[in-house]
Design a protein around this ligand. Structure first.
Ligand code: PLP
Length: 498
């Protein structure tokens, strides 16, 4: 007989309830401590690629190990190797955030572990999903004809939206595909040069071809140039392409600019094109009554995607695709194999019918917990505060003559650049090095991007823990890094000189 393993009840079955309870209590304290002390951790590790995996056992475990041992590795190897996205000085990408209600929602979801594929397999999961989708629809003032489905990401959302656009422009694409059908034209999809690369990914997956995603130039404020869109469509029509869809972005990835949706909608109407609105980041702004401008033209869209895990405080991942008349989406994706028929009743809402995924985890509960805990007013107040901080940072930048704003400040994103000097390439390098230096220090985390060919620094605000003091500290860090970076570049050049 084998030695008895003290952490298990027996050789089969789960961990014993008493041990599990004790582990959970420990974990509850660990989670609370992590949140309370997150600020004392380096925001990002200074690890070399391969260092973490190198410190972990190579061999898959033949025998089970006690949780204490597993947890010791989590504390000593995994956590120190993390970028702490919930850290108040994490200002990269969009300021998506960890929240206490969000963590609670995730914890409650874990033991339920349901599969939300059909109503029968998970009635409460399905109905909660329908409910939170409708709450968000109302908050975003989308007309009633819009209904939605929760996916993991906006990239998956746009793929499904374009699949419906494709089916409607190329009937029976679902059944026969596109290949070998000489009656079909080549389709074109238009997005601005600031729009997200998920458009190309969708075109790759749908057999539309990434080259058929045409990038429309932007105006001085990084919004799609509508005249250029018209010209591109006219050119494509002359060349026998068929304009299929336009993607208008509300909150572009680099600068959070907003495309002129009403004008794009007009063009879509004229050419019978699908209008998809990519509001992955920016659509959340609609929760603020004073920011209603952002919703202009939405009611004319065929589809709109929003990632509440970006601006609306829901933990990653939670993305909603809305579609005018969601039945259009169901028609393209419903498919019921025999082994699911018993649990699939047509009259019931079966979310597996609305996309390629069959198994679907319960995402709605965490959104429901967070949105109930804060309420629309609480969400709006927090977003408002992030906008206040964003404006404040923009003011500090404008008041330091060595720096300039690189794009208008529209939402919780500031793009800016150290500008002092003659040599553009050297200035690019200084901007890039400032970001690298700060990130490597573990004291804060920002990102960089290119605008009009020049490197700029980028700060995204939206973390619930970030205060004015944190922002002031980051700004001082940036200011003090300039001299150090410039000096080290000069030194290196001097050393490299023959
Ligand atoms: N659209 C925009 C404007 C984005 O900024 C992003 C990601 O940041 C996406 C789409 C893709 O989002 P996801 O990561 O959910 O696929």
């Amino acid at each position: 007989m084998k030695d008895r393993k003290p952490h298990l009840d027996g050789d089969v079955g789960d961990i014993s309830p008493a041990i599990f309870r004790e582990q959970l209590h420990r974990l509850a304290d660990w989670i609370a401590d992590y949140r309370e002390k997150i600020e004392t951790l380096p925001v990002a590790p200074n690890a070399k690629p391969g260092a973490i995996i190198g410190a972990l056992p190579k061999q898959a475990p033949e025998e089970g190990e006690p949780f204490e041992k597993i947890f010791a590795d989590i504390e000593s190897l995994i956590v120190p190797g993390m970028v702490h996205w919930g850290h108040p000085m994490f200002l990269g990408y969009f300021g998506w955030t960890t929240t206490a209600p969000g963590i609670l929602g995730e914890i409650i979801t874990a033991p339920l572990n349901v599969n939300a594929m059909t109503w029968r397999t998970s009635p409460a999961a399905t109905e909660l999903e329908t409910l939170v989708i409708d709450w968000l629809r109302q908050w975003m003032q989308l007309p009633r004809e819009f209904d939605g489905v929760v996916y993991d990401t906006a990239s998956v959302g746009v793929m499904h939206a374009l699949a419906v656009a494709r089916e409607e422009a190329a009937p029976f694409a679902r059944k026969f595909g596109l290949a070998g059908r000489s009656e079909l034209p080549r389709f074109r999809v238009y997005a601005s040069d600031q729009g997200h690369s998920s458009a190309e990914k969708a075109a790759i997956a749908l057999g539309l071809g990434e080259e058929n995603v045409q990038r429309v130039p932007c105006d001085a404020e990084f919004r799609m140039d509508v005249a250029a869109l018209r010209d591109m469509i006219a050119r494509d029509l002359r060349e026998q392409f068929k304009p299929l869809a336009a993607i208008a972005t509300v909150g572009t990835t680099s600068t959070a600019s907003v495309d002129p949706v009403p004008e794009i909608a007009k063009i879509c109407r004229e050419h019978k094109m699908w209008l998809h609105i990519d509001g992955a980041y920016g659509a959340g702004l609609a929760l603020l009554p004073e920011q209603k401008w952002v919703t202009a033209g939405w009611s004319e869209a065929d589809s709109l995607v929003v990632n509440p895990h970006k601006m609306l405080f829901v933990p990653l991942d939670f993305s909603v695709l809305y579609m005018r008349d969601l039945e259009r989406l169901r028609r393209v994706f419903t498919l019921v194999p025999e082994y699911l028929r018993g649990d699939t009743v047509e009259a019931e809402k079966n979310y597996m019918d609305y996309g390629v995924q069959l198994g679907r985890r319960l995402r709605a509960l965490k959104a429901w917990v967070v949105w109930r805990a804060f309420g629309r007013e609480g969400l709006a107040a927090r977003i408002r505060d992030h906008l206040r901080l964003t404006k404040l940072l923009a003011e500090w930048i404008e008041n330091d003559e060595r720096f300039e704003l690189s794009a208008p400040v529209v939402m919780g994103v500031v793009c800016f650049r150290f500008k002092a000097g003659e040599d553009d390439e050297k200035i690019d390098m200084i901007n890039s090095k400032i970001v690298e230096r700060i990130n490597a220090s573990g004291r804060a985390y920002l990102t960089q991007t290119k605008l009009r060919g020049r490197t700029v620094m980028r700060i995204g605000l939206g973390n619930i823990l970030t205060t004015e003091e944190h922002l002031r500290n980051v700004w001082e860090l940036i200011q003090s890094s300039v001299g150090e970076v410039a000096a080290s570049l000069m030194e290196r050049r001097a050393l490299l000189r023959p």
